[in-house]
Design a protein around this ligand. Structure first.
Ligand SMILES: C/C(=C\COP(=O)(O)OP(=O)(O)O)CCC[C@H](C)CCC[C@H](C)CCCC(C)C
Ligand SMILES: O=C(O)C1=CC(=O)c2ccccc2C1=O
Length: 298
């Protein structure tokens, strides 16, 4: 066996464990909140924006790293070769690396609070972290009850977008709240998609994800409505004068949305084929949110 043959599967497993594309999920609420703030006030603080983005990535890293730690305790990740705990065999190390990411991320948010002489942003982000912990950590493990999507919507939607808006302006706005609904739905779509291929392991570990509860076929139908809701909502916000017409640029993400719905409808009960659907959902989220935010700036 050549070095390349030995290393390649390992590299693939590590990439699957770290999930680089997923981190756009941390960036988009900050991008959209900041874009709405700029559109409304012409204020843009680049240092606050960059610090917030870096902190959000670190906080999401904590969420994902500790997800593998907590999931290793319930046995749900027994067959997940790309779990960080299974890859390293060192749960305490992974746990403390996760906590280090959280500490550094919160330090970034504290710096914003310090610059603003205002604790609001750190308060909101601590609330997001609390939701993130309740999703997976004991004794709550609300994700195991199928409540993860609700937590996800509020954490990445209203809470994160409002925190980003506030970090630039130190005020609130209805427009950013409306925009946060789009970001929240697009992010929750990813979490919803992540369950399709895991039904067998989830049932075995007692996790009642929305897909376990609904079944994969009904789940695929719900996904279509859920995905489709983003587009009329953006149109409604334009017609109501809440967001500028350029936010309709987010409709450019429609081909990805169609691809996602078709792929899941055709393969919902074939774990090997449907397992990549969360990354198609990441593409829908990325383009929809990137262009939606851009629409506020143009
Ligand atoms: C870790 C998450 C999903 C993974 O779920 P699952 O256990 O099914 O995964 P595996 O199959 O890979 O084992 C995401 C959970 C999201 C959570 C509900 C909310 C997280 C809140 C964040 C901490 C907030 C970060 C906001 C940021 C923008 C400041
Ligand atoms: O690994 C995953 O499945 C997810 C990781 C993650 O950070 C995230 C964040 C927001 C929504 C969904 C997800 C995942 O599904």
């Amino acid at each position: 066996m050549t070095t390349k043959q030995i290393l390649y599967p390992n590299t693939k497993l590590w990439m699957a464990a770290i999930k680089p594309p997923m981190y756009s999920v941390a960036i988009m609420p900050i991008w959209v909140g900041t874009a709405v703030a700029f559109a409304e006030t012409k204020i843009f603080n680049g240092v606050v924006f960059s610090t917030f983005v870096a902190a959000a990535i670190l906080i999401l890293a904590w969420e994902n790293i500790t997800n593998d730690v907590f999931d290793s305790e319930t046995g749900i990740d027994q067959n997940k070769h790309h779990s960080l705990v299974n890859l390293t065999g060192n749960k305490p190390l992974i746990f403390w690396i996760g906590n280090l990411c959280l500490g550094l991320g919160l330090l970034g948010i504290l710096a914003i609070a310090f610059w603003q002489h205002d604790l609001t942003v750190i308060g909101i982000i601590l609330l997001c972290c609390g939701l993130g912990y309740m999703y997976q950590g004991p004794p709550f493990r609300l994700g195991y009850q199928g409540l993860g999507e609700i937590l996800c919507f509020f954490a990445f939607g209203p809470l994160a977008v409002e925190a980003a808006y506030y970090s630039q302006t130190q005020t609130w706005s209805m427009t950013s709240l409306a925009a946060s609904v789009i970001v929240g739905i697009a992010t929750t779509l990813i979490l919803f998609c992540s369950h399709f291929h895991q039904v067998k392991d989830d049932i075995a570990a007692g996790k009642r994800s929305p897909i376990v509860r609904l079944g994969t076929q009904k789940g695929a139908q719900v996904l279509v409505w859920f995905t489709a809701s983003i587009y009329p909502l953006t149109l409604l916000f334009v017609l109501l004068g809440i967001s500028p017409v350029w936010t309709l640029l987010s409709w450019v993400s429609l081909p990805f949305a169609v691809k996602l719905c078709r792929h899941v409808q055709e393969n919902h009960n074939q774990p090997d084929k449907v397992s990549n659907c969360k990354f198609i959902a990441v593409a829908v989220h990325f383009w929809a949110c990137l262009l939606f935010g851009l629409g506020f700036i143009l």
